[in-house]
Design a protein around this ligand. Structure first.
Ligand SMILES: Cc1cc2nc3c(=O)[nH]c(=O)nc-3n(C[C@H](O)[C@H](O)[C@H](O)COP(=O)(O)OP(=O)(O)OC[C@H]3O[C@@H](n4cnc5c(N)ncnc54)[C@H](O)[C@@H]3O)c2cc1C
Length: 407
């Protein structure tokens, strides 16, 4: 066996994440560069890190993962892995500067779901795709793997999205929503922008077309799809041009001497950087807002994982957080809770575009200070164009990692 231990189970603790990280780090160099495209199937994903459900919620931060890898490998040996970690950073920065892309996705999704209600053919095809009953063996397998494990290999995500859009001719937003409901790492930036990329919307005109030979090779013959199932040509999906780019967010500073209520939310479950900046809250609210990712029902596996991971973070930091309150699931309830504590400000880690940020934006009557990590503040403003330009800046981000300890 060449990679880390084969896994697809996700224990919702930082300890489990750290164990997985340390088992994977030795393989993050040339093994990863050579083998990362192989999808060996559920329980066999040994050539990739399978860390994304933890990194997505910042039970592990990108900075921590990069530091661990650079503690073992040179930059050039681990270049490929480092770049993949930075794809997440890039997507987040890109969406932060064009937040209307997320709002447009949601509006298009609502329209597509109306279509599902009113058009029998669309409903039938959408249901067959989500249940893994299309008759396309590999696609059906991945649909079930996703629902049963909450994870898919990156290559399977690309093939799946391509077949969804160009073979089944289903709206890409319905596929993105299917992913968000079931992926443990489901995330507005990486998911929306990756689906847009496959559809030829993100890099206008450049689509990703799945090929049978590529699937056979990288599944080591587990699937040998016939050529006929694939579209020969992928016309980019029609979409408006990218919206104008806004400035990257800067985040807020906070005065630890002011009585503070703290929101620990699912987009950043490592509050150590705030404790280091003097955070001593009167109390903490634990917020998960994943239900806001979809108009449909989130998979219980996903909400359970996120709730457990958030509780794990709260229990790790119990001595620093004051009394912890759960179940405050609307802006008004959060504002009332903070005031009842005697707080004059709410402090929280910056939440990127998505339901948590939307909830924070609606809190009124008490200042909400969203504190950014130095890593994000440094990297996000560089997501101005394509990843190629962004990745040239990676050495600069890595140069600043020293001292940016996160947990
Ligand atoms: C259609 C589609 C939808 C996707 N939806 C999501 C999503 O909702 N959430 C999500 O986290 N990722 C998404 N990805 C990106 C990528 O597939 C996953 O991050 C990756 O497969 C996670 O597995 P891993 O941890 O084993 O990755 P590894 O190969 O071990 O990579 C290490 C880390 O780098 C980051 N990373 C790797 N590839 C990417 C990428 N292409 N984009 C962003 N970050 C990356 C992740 O944090 C990952 O944990 C999507 C990709 C596609 C093609």
């Amino acid at each position: 066996m060449t990679g880390g231990a084969p896994v697809t189970r996700f224990t919702p603790t930082r300890t489990a994440a750290l164990e997985r990280l340390s088992a994977f780090v030795p393989h993050a160099g040339k093994d990863y560069a050579a083998l990362r495209n192989y999808d060996r199937g559920p329980g066999q994903h040994r050539d990739v890190s399978v860390l994304s459900p933890y990194i997505r919620h910042r039970a592990l931060t990108e900075a921590e993962v990069l530091e661990a890898v650079l503690g073992r490998h040179s930059h050039s040996a681990a270049e490929k892995f480092i770049q993949e970690v930075c794809w997440r950073t890039y997507w987040k920065g890109w969406l932060e500067m064009r937040p209307s892309v997320w709002r447009s996705y949601r509006a298009d999704l609502r329209r597509a779901l109306d279509g599902v209600q009113t058009q029998g053919g669309l409903r039938r095809d959408w249901e067959a795709a989500c249940k893994g009953e299309t008759g396309i063996e590999c696609f059906d397998f991945w649909a079930r793997e996703l629902v049963e494990t909450g994870y898919l290999h990156n290559h399977a995500r690309m093939w799946f999205a391509s077949i969804w859009i160009f073979t089944l001719r289903l709206p890409w937003v319905l596929g993105a929503d299917f992913f968000l409901r079931h992926l443990l790492d489901g995330d507005p930036a990486s998911n929306t922008l990756s689906w847009r990329w496959v559809a030829g919307v993100q890099t206008p005109g450049k689509t990703y077309l799945a090929r049978g030979s590529n699937i056979s090779k990288y599944t080591e013959g587990r699937f040998r799809p016939d050529g006929w199932i694939f579209a020969n040509d992928a016309q980019a999906v029609d979409a408006p041009p990218h919206p104008p780019r806004m400035d990257a967010p800067k985040g807020d500073a906070f005065d630890p001497a002011i009585p503070t209520a703290f929101i620990l939310h699912e987009d950043d479950l490592s509050p150590g950087f705030l404790v280091l900046r003097g955070l001593r809250p009167l109390g903490t609210a634990l917020v998960t807002a994943s239900d806001g990712l979809t108009p449909l029902r989130m998979a219980p596996r996903v909400t359970e994982f996120r709730t457990a991971l958030a509780r794990d973070a709260a229990s790790r930091w119990a001595e620093r957080l004051g009394p912890v309150t759960e179940g405050l699931d609307c802006p008004q309830a959060l504002a009332d809770w903070a005031r009842a504590l005697g707080a004059e400000q709410i402090v929280t880690a910056f939440a990127p575009v998505g339901p948590v940020a939307e909830m924070l934006d609606e809190i009124t009557g008490i200042p909400v200070l969203r504190v950014m990590r130095d890593f994000d503040a440094t990297a996000w403003p560089h997501a101005t164009a394509g990843f190629f330009k962004f990745k040239e800046k990676i050495p600069k981000f890595l140069g600043q990692l020293k001292g940016l300890r996160a947990a």
